[in-house]
Design a protein around this ligand. Sequence first.
Ligand SMILES: [Zn+2]
Length: 182
Amino acid sequence: MTTLTLFAIALVALAVGLFLTRIIPALQTYFMYRGKRLITCPETLVKEAVDVAAGRAATRIFIGESDLRLDQCSRWPERRDCGQECLSQIEADPENCLLWNVVSNWYEGQDCVYCHRRFGRLHHLDHAPALVGPDHKTIEWKRVRPERLPELFSTCKPVCWSCHIAETFRRERPELVVDRKR
Ligand SMILES: [Zn+2]
């Protein structure tokens, strides 16, 4: 093997090593910050739904910089020029404010108000469970605006997907439903 070949191999190894030391933290940043989150707006002290610009944050990490910005907020476009101070809440605890975790934590351990089946952790491939409020109308949690969920969680009860489908049918087509006595 010539000195030139060895030099080329060393150069490639160095480049790959350098790439890996940058790409791994960039990917970790992307997966850490992607997804909808619920924060308390420092201006109004009301819960709002935001998305971090995860791709941008990952690209910045790749080039050796750190710059977290929002990509979306439920108060935009009216407050698009805000200082994005809520980012400190996300940086302090990115997992806890992730919408999916907030929803999953609320359902876990509770029982469906109709069939009394206990909820475990939510899984992305499962049908989304629902909520039922004082008006007795069930609605899938994914159909509610995310920033409204914390308020609904204090006034609504959890409903499993099967009971949600049955109750929706019962509400929309009552003439087709016959309740049999046990
Ligand atoms: Zn149920």
